[in-house]
Design a protein around this ligand. Structure first.
Ligand code: PMP
Length: 438
């Protein structure tokens, strides 16, 4: 295989790349297998981020490649408008079997961002259908990430993702995030902070609970660097939503598919939302796909209203339920089941979190957080925000570890197939880099 190592930088507008650094050559990945990446020069890197939380079953799985190849050469695309491919029903049924009880209606989209915007529209449609068309406001949380389409941009609690689009975004009120100083170095769910959910009650008082369509939260805030909900917090959000007739949406794009030790964080924390969004590990990251899942009652309310003179929820994407993505998804769910990867995540979590929390006394570490197979390593800030994060991300890459920096935090979330030795090897590189004085 010849790999072009020096890219022509003129044409590819790289996603999520710091505009000021655009002239710099990116770090290139040419090959991946299991928990490893290789650069075009053949240098090996451990993958401590499952790509971007996607490749839970490890990279380049032959089962998925075979299923995709088979599907591509049998039915490469199928249209909508009362038409569908059999494989889309098969996939939805398989997914329903692992979703929380009672959440078994599945709408497919192409990315996490599409799932979030779809879920927002679904919530509005539900309220319209049930005689509450005045519910048009959304609530989300500071530091939250819900993708980059206009709905998700409006929900964004990572302010840089929203700031420049003020004026064209939806009507969203933000609650505060759940991190506080006293939680520093808490492993698992913090004991205190459930009362932070009461801010939703305050928002209801200010704006009127009956103006709010839905609350969107990530059960564990992922993109900001793993913020674990305090004990009782999600339960309290659920209760306040119920009291005011507000829908609760869990954005499980990161927490879905075993990351917490259960199939979904909703099951792990035993709090049932009305709607779940998912993507990433849905197809093990191999083919772009996402989904929105809800209950039969929620769907029935919308369908019932659609008996009037117009459909209440006429929505979809050219690539919704793409047969090739469904094939990748079915092969992925089979791997998760055959290899017991959700249980494996639960049993590996102790070793993983022991290793993460072993970094506690290093000079570059100011906080550690973690749950299941996801963790956040807060770095000692430099002179400007994000400076330490980008320095550390580059230094780790040079030492052979792919991790994602988000501001001055690192996201460490290895594949669920990692061995204890893989985790030890990743943490040894972290020890080396985070032990340096900058
Ligand atoms: N929601 C959450 C919770 C996410 O973490 C992400 C992606 N990091 C998204 C939505 C958006 O997904 P995508 O990048 O596939 O559009």
């Amino acid at each position: 295989m010849t790999v072009q190592t020096k890219p022509n930088m003129a044409h590819h507008w790289m996603p999520f790349t710091n505009n000021r650094l655009f002239h710099e050559e990116p770090q290139m990945f040419a090959k991946a297998k299991g928990v490893k990446y290789w650069t075009p020069e053949g240098r090996e890197l451990l993958d401590g981020a499952s790509g971007l939380f996607c490749c839970a079953a490890g990279h380049s799985r032959p089962e998925i490649a075979d299923a995709v190849h088979r599907q591509l050469s049998t039915l490469d695309y199928s249209p909508h408008f009362q038409r569908a491919a059999p494989i889309s029903f098969e996939f939805a049924e398989k997914l329903a079997a692992i979703l929380p009880d009672g959440i078994d209606r599945v709408f497919f989209a192409g990315s996490g961002s599409e799932a979030v915007d779809t879920a927002m529209k679904m919530c509005l449609a539900y309220h319209r259908a049930t005689g509450n068309a005045q519910r048009t406001k959304f609530v989300s949380r500071a530091w939250g990430y819900h993708g980059v389409n206009l709905g998700g941009t409006s929900l964004a609690g990572m302010v840089n993702n929203r700031r420049d689009f003020a004026g064209i975004t939806c009507d969203v009120v933000h609650m505060r995030h759940t991190w506080s100083e006293e939680q520093r170095f808490t492993r698992g769910q913090p004991e205190t902070g459930a009362n932070l959910a009461d801010e939703l009650e305050e928002i209801c008082k200010t704006y009127g609970g009956d103006t709010i369509a839905a609350v969107f939260v990530e059960p564990i805030a992922g993109s900001i660097g793993t913020i674990v909900p305090p004990k009782g917090y999600l339960e309290r959000l659920r209760a306040i939503c119920d009291k005011h007739g507000i829908l609760l949406v869990f954005d499980e794009v990161i927490t879905g598919f075993g990351r917490t030790g259960s199939a979904f964080a909703s099951q792990e924390f035993a709090v049932k939302p009305d709607v779940i969004t998912m993507a990433k590990a849905l197809t093990n990251g191999a083919i772009p796909m996402s989904a929105v899942a809800t209950s039969a009652e929620f769907q029935a309310a919308i369908f019932e209203a659609a008996k009037g003179d117009r459909p209440e929820f006429f929505h979809g994407y050219t690539y919704s339920a793409h047969p090739v993505a469904c094939a990748a998804g079915i092969a992925t769910l089979d791997i998760y089941a055959n290899e017991g990867l959700f249980d494996r995540a639960k049993s590996l979590s102790d070793h993983f979190l022991d290793a993460v929390f072993g970094l506690r006394n290093l000079p570059q570490v100011s906080d550690l957080r973690g749950y299941g197979m996801m963790s956040g390593i807060q770095l000692t800030p430099g002179k400007t925000p994000g400076e330490t994060g980008s320095w550390v991300q580059r230094a780790l890459f040079d030492e052979g570890l792919h991790l994602k920096a988000t501001g001055d935090a690192l996201i460490f979330a290895p594949a669920l197939v990692s061995t204890e030795q893989d985790i030890n090897d990743m943490v040894a590189i972290l020890q080396k880099v985070l032990g340096r004085q900058i």
